[in-house]
Design a protein around this ligand. Structure first.
Ligand SMILES: [Zn+2]
Length: 133
């Protein structure tokens, strides 16, 4: 391969790698944008939260502080399929109105069409983790 070609190829690889890393990096902005569209789609845009972002959590996939309206999604969830992340966001958003996992909570959670599938997916991962430790 001529030197010029090689340089161009290396540059192309560098760009692709940078793009891939960009996609892999958990972005709070992207999470906030998803939350906004999920809110519009399933809750008529009525839910209000004070902050949303990724945070290091070893045992939970997400958390919502009912009193302050702060939503956190586990950083390790960032690599999960989009539909599963959306489910986690919907779950925590439903906690903005219900602190428990009662019937009213489930009614909200189930407005997201992939809820059952996402729950199964997370259960399988949690089971793998438990089986390993
Ligand atoms: Zn919950």
């Amino acid at each position: 391969m001529p030197h010029v070609e090689r340089e161009r190829w290396a540059e192309e690889m560098r760009k692709r790698l940078a793009k891939r890393m960009e996609r892999a990096r958990p972005s709070d902005d992207k999470l906030a944008a998803r939350a906004r569209s999920l809110n519009d789609l399933h809750f008529g845009g009525r839910l209000r939260w004070t902050s949303i972002g990724f945070a290091a959590m070893s045992h939970l996939w997400g958390s919502c502080t009912y009193t302050t309206g702060a939503i956190r999604i586990a950083t390790r969830a960032a690599s999960l399929p989009d539909g599963v992340i959306d489910y986690l966001v919907v779950h925590e958003m439903a906690h903005l109105e219900h602190s428990d996992h009662g019937a009213a909570f489930h009614e909200m959670e189930n407005r997201y069409p992939l809820t059952e599938r996402a729950r199964g997916y997370l259960m399988a991962i949690d089971h793998q983790v438990t089986a390993r430790t």
